[in-house]
Write a protein that binds this ligand. Structure first.
Ligand code: ZN
Ligand code: ZN
Length: 448
């Protein structure tokens, strides 16, 4: 597939002349939400080489360079990333162990906006946003604008005392080609729509900047199908990324774009929903899927929460309302009964014609650990995963594409069958709630 791309070159007399060329689009797997070792609760090992190696192993071709507002990380990015002329970056330097056609990085980061709405007297708001920039000039222009509002050196994902409306103003001031995507929008405390400190609509949150929001990240506890019924998301892209704080989690969710391999191509694909498919967690596996109280060991469906008046039957305090509950309250589609979800499906889940399909997966390491009934960080699990990746090319290939015979030649029957049963959605599900991850397993193997 090809599309026209317009490139401006300085012509004679210093005038700009417009040339047009064909740039073929490609199907590229992107993970645009991860963190460096400078973010809190992040693996100390997570540097650019480790991120690039993890991407190759997982089957990710475009990944976020992350945390670009952190001064030390910003310096490292400047020293080690080289723009290949497209606005996407290659990793350079002696430690770069990635293959010649290794992953490309995009300059992206996450910030945490914390403010009162209205100012001073109003309700406390806490919203996470992903920001993307076409080049280091834009990054530095943005840093200069937001520096007065937060301690950028204290966390790779800085806390900014700014409303999301004002932040988007600064981002667009820095460079109009920047892109803003609200992160994990349904999580109770830091999601744009979150039950604790979020909003009921993008317009409420962003005001006159609402039109500049082309996409939202659905997060681990929701999948596209759950979002299709939200009216204001009808014309916006639904994207999924890993929010990885360690190399092992890179690519656990991802979005496959049909795009020109350039920064503008990526942003264009987001804005025009040029998405082949998204790769999702089973949303029940996410840690805020249902309602509940972690300390009270209480997990409730939205209907059960309503029966209890939104209060915990053990301690009587307000429940932490999860993602499913919030989506149901903002959606015009009929509620989806969680117990009916995750039933047999043949790989890709397709929806309305205007929506890209998606598939739900369980991370390979979790699956192997469950089959072998050992911890997922054990050497035994690592050995099995390594062998599968060696045979099948990447973890996503193992999970999605690899032929059953190929799987059986690289791992024992139980593991090969588990991978295939996940593709069919044949799982036992114990949904997550109030910060507790869900427990998901193929029906034939013990619970994860
Ligand atoms: Zn976040
Ligand atoms: Zn309680």
């Amino acid at each position: 597939m090809t599309r026209f791309s317009h490139l401006d070159f300085p012509g004679r007399n210093g005038l700009l002349r417009r040339y047009t060329r064909h740039v073929p689009t490609q199907r590229l797997v992107a993970d645009l939400h991860l963190h460096s070792r400078y973010s809190m609760a992040t693996s100390r090992a997570l540097d650019l080489s480790v991120m690039a190696e993890a991407a190759v192993r997982k089957g990710i071709q475009i990944l976020s360079a992350a945390d670009f507002t952190h001064p030390e990380w910003r310096r490292e990015l400047g020293e080690r990333l080289v723009d290949d002329g497209s606005g996407l970056f290659r990793l350079e330097g002696p430690q770069a162990k990635t293959p010649r056609f290794g992953p490309r990085f995009v300059l992206g980061t996450e910030v945490s906006c914390v403010w009162r709405d209205p100012p001073r007297s109003g309700r406390g708001r806490r919203v996470h946003l992903l920001l993307f920039a076409p080049d280091f000039d834009a990054v530095d222009a943005l840093i200069a604008r937001i520096e007065p509002y937060g301690a950028l050196g204290s966390d790779g994902r800085p806390l900014l005392k700014l409303s999301v409306h004002d932040l988007v103003g600064f981002v667009m001031d820095a460079d109009e080609r920047c892109e803003v995507i609200p992160a994990h929008v349904w999580t109770p405390w830091y999601g744009l729509y979150g039950s604790k400190s979020g909003f009921d609509s993008l317009e409420d949150a962003f005001g006159d900047h609402g039109g500049q929001i082309h996409a939202i990240e659905t997060g681990l506890s929701s999948d596209p199908e759950m979002n299709w019924g939200v009216p204001e998301l009808k014309n916006r892209a639904l994207v999924s990324f890993s929010d990885a704080h360690s190399a092992a989690n890179v690519g656990r969710e991802a979005t496959i774009f049909e795009m020109e391999p350039t920064y503008d191509g990526l942003v264009g694909a987001i804005a025009s929903q040029s998405i082949v498919e998204t790769i999702e967690f089973f949303p029940e596996n996410g840690k805020y899927h249902l309602d509940g109280h972690r300390a009270c060991d209480v997990r409730l469906t939205p209907a059960e929460s309503a029966t209890n008046g939104g209060r915990c039957p053990v301690c009587g305090r307000p429940l932490t309302l999860g993602v499913l509950n919030r989506i149901e309250s903002l959606s015009d589609a009929a509620p989806v009964e969680w117990a009916d979800r995750g039933g047999p499906v043949s790989g890709l889940v397709s929806g309305p014609a205007s929506r890209p399909p998606f598939r739900r997966l369980v991370p390979l390491r979790d699956l192997v650990a469950a089959c072998l009934d050992v911890g997922k960080t054990t050497k035994t699990v690592a050995r099995v995963v390594d062998r599968l990746v060696e045979h099948c090319g990447s973890e996503l290939n193992v999970l999605i594409d690899a032929d059953p015979m190929e799987l059986r030649s690289a791992a024992d029957d139980k593991i090969a069958s588990a991978i295939i049963s996940v593709r069919r959605g044949d799982l036992a599900i114990e949904p997550g709630y109030d910060g507790v991850y869900g427990r998901i397993a193929p029906r034939s193997i013990p619970s994860i």
